[in-house]
Design a protein around this ligand. Structure first.
Ligand SMILES: C[S@@+](CC[C@H](N)C(=O)[O-])C[C@H]1O[C@@H](n2cnc3c(N)ncnc32)[C@H](O)[C@@H]1O
Length: 228
């Protein structure tokens, strides 16, 4: 099967408008970043973090501001998104602590194992389960023993009676912050997995103890570890 390239959704026009477009969701992102910082705070000094699909740099900037001696490797296939990310990293004065890789994770040169990885709102674009498993397995392979991965994705059990109400609330959220959203792409262009299915996928990809710790309607965030 041809490799999916979801970065095509993030062309230069989208990239330039991205931060402004999603500004109304700041409270959700702030909560995400608060928890991300707290969970990763145990890594200690000089940690090396892999940010996959970092987009315009939201999680990179949040972590870099909180941990001033950490190094970040940014992997981002969209030229427009990584341009914005670099621009924001320069403005924040953190480029000396960043390595930027424009491309997918499988083309990142081999480097020392990472202490942690983030994949925030990325993997749901991989609707083919095998490709999604390859994606998570490659992240697991790049982590040191005991290394952590935080992944946040759109997710839901589409067969549950709560699914339709949840989607309606999702639409309401978008309207409330001044955005329109379609719903017919859910489960087709964007994979929605139940908590059980996601847990199984993460374990099959090489992680232990995947733990769901945050949910905002269709967004669910997990922390997992590679074995010690
Ligand atoms: C919704 S944005 C999220 C960006 C950022 N993580 C955030 O939370 O603001 C998804 C990003 O993932 C990137 N992406 C899509 N597929 C990817 C893949 N297979 N590997 C790495 N990045 C990918 C896209 O180019 C895009 O920048």
């Amino acid at each position: 099967m041809t490799k999916q390239d979801p970065s095509k959704f993030f062309d230069r026009g989208h990239a330039a408008a991205y931060d402004q477009r999603w500004a109304g969701m700041a409270a959700i992102n702030d909560a995400q970043h608060l928890l991300l910082k707290a969970i990763l705070s145990g890594l200690g000094s000089q940690a090396r973090v892999l940010c996959v699909g970092a987009g315009t740099g939201a999680e990179l900037l949040a972590l870099a501001a909180a941990f001033d001696d950490w190094h970040f490797t940014v992997v981002e296939p969209s030229a427009g998104m990584i341009e914005q990310c670099r621009r924001r990293a320069e403005a924040a004065g953190i480029t000396d602590r960043c390595t930027f890789h424009e491309g997918f994770l499988d083309s990142l040169p081999e480097m020392a194992p990472f202490d942690a990885a983030t994949s925030i709102l990325v993997s749901h674009f991989l609707v083919d389960r095998d490709q999604r498993k390859d994606y998570f397995s490659e992240i697991a392979r790049r982590l040191r023993p005991g290394g952590l991965m935080i992944n946040s994705d759109l997710a839901s059990d589409m067969t549950s009676p709560q699914y339709e109400p949840l989607v309606q609330h999702w639409v309401s959220l978008h309207r409330w912050v001044g955005l329109e959203t379609k719903t017919d792409h859910l489960g087709r262009e964007v994979a929605l997995l139940s908590a059980e299915a996601m847990q199984t996928l993460l374990i099959e990809s090489g992680f232990v103890c995947p733990t769901l710790y945050y949910q905002a309607l269709l967004i669910r965030t997990w922390v997992s570890q590679v074995p010690e």
